[in-house]
Design a protein around this ligand. Structure first.
Ligand SMILES: Nc1nc2c(ncn2[C@@H]2O[C@H](COP(=O)(O)OP(=O)(O)OP(=O)(O)O)[C@@H](O)[C@H]2O)c(=O)[nH]1
Ligand SMILES: [Mg+2]
Length: 361
C-alpha cells in the first residue's frame, strides 16, 4: 500500500538523572561528593533516504520514542547518552507540527482534518539531508557540581531535562519537474513509459495507476528532468469522486504540468476544461502552473481527424502524440526541454482555442 500521509507522535529521550554519591575509600572515610552527570537523551532525527518512496514504515509504528540518557554514577562517571532515533523519510516529505494535539496520543493516531492548524517544521528535500525533529533532554548534573565552600557535601543532584515531543504530520509531495495529469485511461502511464525508463503498469481500464511514480528523462548532454505519473482524475475528484484529488499533492511542486487528453474521446476540449476546473478546486496554485496540452492517441482514426484539425489551428502549447506508436514523442521531448529551460510563462489560450475550434466543427 502506498502511504503518503501519516501522523506520528515523536519524543526525544529525557536526560539521565545526575547522581548523588560520595567518595568511599578506606583512607578517606568522609570523601567528597562524586556523583556523575546524567547522559543526554537521544534525539529524534529525520534523515533523507532516496531509496524510500513512501511513508508506510511509519504508518504501523506511529509512536517514535528515542531512548533516555542513562543516570550518572559514582566516581564522577557520566551516564551514557541515549542513542538517537533515526527516521528515514523519502525526499519531498513535508513535516508539520499539529498545534493543538495532546501531549501524547492514543494508540491510533488518526490524521487531522485538512483544516487543522499545522505549523510547517521542515521540508525534507535536498540540500537538507538530516533534521533534528525533537531534541533530547540535557543530562542532570551530579552532586559533584554542587559542592562549594558553604556546602561541601551536597545531597542533591539535577534530575535532567525532559526530551522534546510533539505530534507531527508527515506528508510526501513528490519532487518532479513535470507532472502528468489527466482522466483515467488517457494514456499518462503509457506516456511515462515512452518518455522515461520507468515501467508503470498500463492497462485498458480506468484507475490502473494507484500510486504515483517518477521517471527520469535524460538527454545525451546530461540535461535531465523527472516526470511524475499520478492516478487519473475524474469530474468532481475534488469532492472525493474516483480516487479523489489527494494525489494532486504530488504534482504541486512540478514546474510544468502535462494535461494528457485522449483525442479519440468524444470531446477532448470538455475533458480539458474539466481538468482545469479540478485543478482550480484543488487550489494551491496548480491552476496557474505552466502547462502543455498533450493530445494523445493520434494513431486512432477519430483522434487523427481531431489532430489534423488542431494542427491547422495555432496551438502553441498543444503537442500531439501517440504513446502507442511513438509518433510525436520526439517533439514532446524537445517541447519539454524548451519549456523548462526558458522558465515558461503560461499561454493557455491558443491551445484551448484550437481544441475548442475542433470540437465545434
Ligand atoms: N491506441 C492508443 N492507445 C493508447 C495510447 N496511449 C495509451 N493507450 C492505451 O490506453 C489505455 C490506458 O493507458 P494508460 O497509460 O494505462 O492510461 P492512464 O492514463 O495511465 O490510466 P490510469 O492509470 O487508469 O489513470 C491502455 O490500454 C493503453 O494501451 C495511444 O497513443 N494510442
Ligand atoms: Mg496510469
Amino acid at each position: 500500500m502506498f502511504v503518503d500521509r501519516v501522523r506520528i507522535f515523536a519524543k526525544a529521550g529525557d536526560g539521565g538523572r545526575g547522581c548523588v554519591s560520595f567518595r568511599r575509600a578506606p583512607h578517606e572515610p568522609r570523601g567528597g561528593p562524586d556523583g556523575g552527570d546524567g547522559g543526554k537523551g537521544g534525539d529524534v532525527v529525520l534523515v533523507l533516504d532516496p531509496h524510500r518512496d513512501d511513508l508506510s514504515h511509519l504508518l504501523l509504528s506511529p509512536h517514535q520514542i528515542a531512548p533516555n540518557g542513562r543516570p550518572g554514577m559514582g566516581a564522577t562517571k557520566a551516564g551514557r547518552k541515549g542513542p538517537d532515533l533515526v527516521l528515514p523519510v523519502p525526499p519531498g516529505t513535508v513535516v508539520s507540527r499539529i498545534r493543538s494535539a495532546p501531549e501524547r496520543g492514543s494508540k491510533l493516531l488518526p490524521l487531522p482534518a485538512h483544516d487543522a492548524e499545522l505549523d510547517r517544521v521542515v521540508d525534507m528535500a535536498p540540500p537538507i539531508e538530516r533534521f533534528v525533529l525533537c531534541r533530547g533532554g540535557r543530562g542532570g548534573w551530579g552532586n559533584w557540581h554542587f559542592r562549594g565552600p558553604r556546602n561541601q557535601a551536597p545531597r542533591h543532584a539535577d534530575p535532567g531535562r525532559p526530551g522534546e515531543s510533539g505530534q507531527f504530520v508527515l506528508e510526501l509531495k513528490l519532487l518532479a519537474d513535470v507532472g502528468l495529469v489527466g482522466f483515467p485511461n488517457a494514456g499518462k502511464s503509457s506516456l511515462l513509459r515512452r518518455l522515461t525508463s520507468a515501467e508503470p503498469k498500463v492497462a485498458d481500464y480506468p484507475f490502473t495507476t494507484l500510486a504515483p511514480m517518477v521517471g527520469v528523462l535524460e538527454w545525451p548532454d546530461g540535461f535531465r528532468l523527472t516526470v511524475a505519473d499520478i492516478p487519473g482524475l475524474i469530474r468532481d475528484a475534488h469532492l472525493g469522486k474516483g480516487l479523489g484529488d489527494e494525489f494532486l499533492r504530488h504534482v504541486e511542486r512540478c514546474r510544468l504540468l502535462l494535461m494528457v487528453l485522449d483525442l479519440s474521446g468524444a470531446k477532448p476540449m470538455d475533458d480539458f476544461l474539466l481538468l482545469r476546473r479540478e485543478l482550480e478546486s484543488y487550489g494551491r496554485g496548480l491552476s496557474e502552473r505552466p502547462f502543455l496540452i498533450v493530445g494523445n492517441k493520434t494513431d486512432l482514426p477519430r483522434a487523427r481527424r481531431a489532430a489534423v484539425r488542431s494542427t491547422r489551428a495555432d496551438g502553441s502549447n498543444l503537442v500531439l502524440v501517440s504513446a502507442l506508436t511513438g509518433e510525436g514523442i520526439t517533439e514532446l521531448i524537445s517541447a519539454l526541454r524548451k519549456e523548462l529551460t526558458r522558465n515558461p510563462r503560461q499561454a493557455p489560450c491558443a491551445a484551448a482555442a484550437s481544441l475548442s475550434a475542433q470540437d465545434s466543427e
